[in-house]
Write a protein that binds this ligand. Structure first.
Ligand code: ASP
Length: 328
């Protein structure tokens, strides 16, 4: 189990965390986890994790289920038209289509996902419906869209915001239509939670890499890559260049490392090092992992500087800077 000292050191808490308000629930300043179990707890990627955790916390703090918490949590950035990396406000692919990927897992090991889905505000809820109402795990593209419409989701024709459109036009002019992957065009929300009953669940939703090739699917909807939850162990999620995450089955790898005795922090570090070993251009890309075990211990690690994550527990919701591999 990660000691409090380790957690603070590894998350650079002492020097780098940013308190972004939210004394809406409770007063304790405790962080996960010293001994015993910190629950409930919810963690999520990037700054948009703060309002997402807020929504999740409402459910967790009233004794609700982690599955409901992660779904409601990630719906917040999905619904934000100004979020350019999640939901319909996201950056388009190089042909100008906003295509969405999402996945969800519950405490029983059930899983659902959608990929390459257009015109639907809440892909995470379609993923949950795939999990709960079909014998399948994943629906994509037109089939996923039709399934959503048939099950009461409304088509949205929210187009690109003027800013996103201008960004896309500029990108096309400068990049001559070549898809490019770099450190800067990503920001998926991945969220994992442990509820009062001691159950874990996870969710992940994204518009994917900005200016991707039409038809490209990233790690976020791939169970075991962008997110994985196992109620015997804990859960993990990823953000960053999905191709690198898929190649190492990142989230599944982290859960298996935890199953074999690693702390969440050690497991995230080993997964990033695995990418460094297997992906030749790893220094040019970003990947960030988050993990949570059944004791409520948290881990976070990324390839390069800049990844941050939100942790809500013990009455506080805070943003932390992740430690990272490439220090030069
Ligand atoms: N992981 C996402 C993808 O590859 C990108 C992101 O994190 O924004 O589609």
């Amino acid at each position: 189990m990660t000691s409090r000292r380790d957690f603070i050191k590894k998350s650079a808490f002492a020097s780098a965390f940013v308190v972004t308000g939210l004394p809406k629930f409770g007063k304790s300043a405790q962080l996960p986890s010293t001994s015993g179990t910190t629950k409930p707890i919810v963690i999520s990627t990037w700054k948009h994790g703060i309002p997402a955790n807020d929504a999740a916390w409402k459910i967790l703090s009233s004794g609700g289920r982690a599955l409901d918490a992660v779904e409601q949590g990630v719906m917040v950035p999905e619904a934000d038209p100004n979020n350019t990396s999640v939901g319909l406000g996201g950056n388009p692919d190089r042909d100008g289509h906003v295509t969405l990927d999402a996945s969800i897992m519950d405490e029983k090991g059930n899983a659902g996902s959608v990929a390459f889905l257009e015109h639907i505000l809440h892909p995470i809820s379609v993923a949950r419906m795939v999990m709960e109402k079909t014998p399948h795990v994943m629906l994509v593209g037109e089939g996923a869209y039709q399934f959503a419409i048939d099950n009461g989701f409304k088509r949205s024709d929210q187009g690109m915001t003027p800013e996103v459109k201008a960004n896309w036009e500029k990108w096309k002019a400068e990049n001559k239509y070549n898809p490019k992957i770099d450190k800067n065009n990503h920001d998926t929300i991945g969220m994992v939670a442990l509820d009062n009953a001691g159950d874990v669940s996870g969710a992940c939703t994204t518009s994917g890499l900005g200016m991707k090739m039409h038809g490209r699917v990233g790690d976020s909807p791939i169970i075991g890559a962008g997110m994985f939850a196992d109620n015997d162990v804990g859960a993990a999620c990823a953000t960053g260049v999905g191709e690198a995450v898929i190649k190492i089955c990142g989230s599944h790898l982290i859960v298996e490392l935890m199953r074999n005795g690693k702390t969440p922090q050690q497991a995230c570090e080993e997964a990033v090092k695995r990418i460094a070993k297997k992906v030749s251009n790893y220094k040019d890309i970003q990947v960030g992992f988050l993990a949570l075990n059944k004791a409520g211990d948290v881990g976070a690690y990324s390839i390069v500087k800049g990844f941050n994550y939100a942790v809500a527990c013990n009455g506080q919701n805070r943003l932390f800077d992740s430690d990272y591999l490439v220090k030069e």
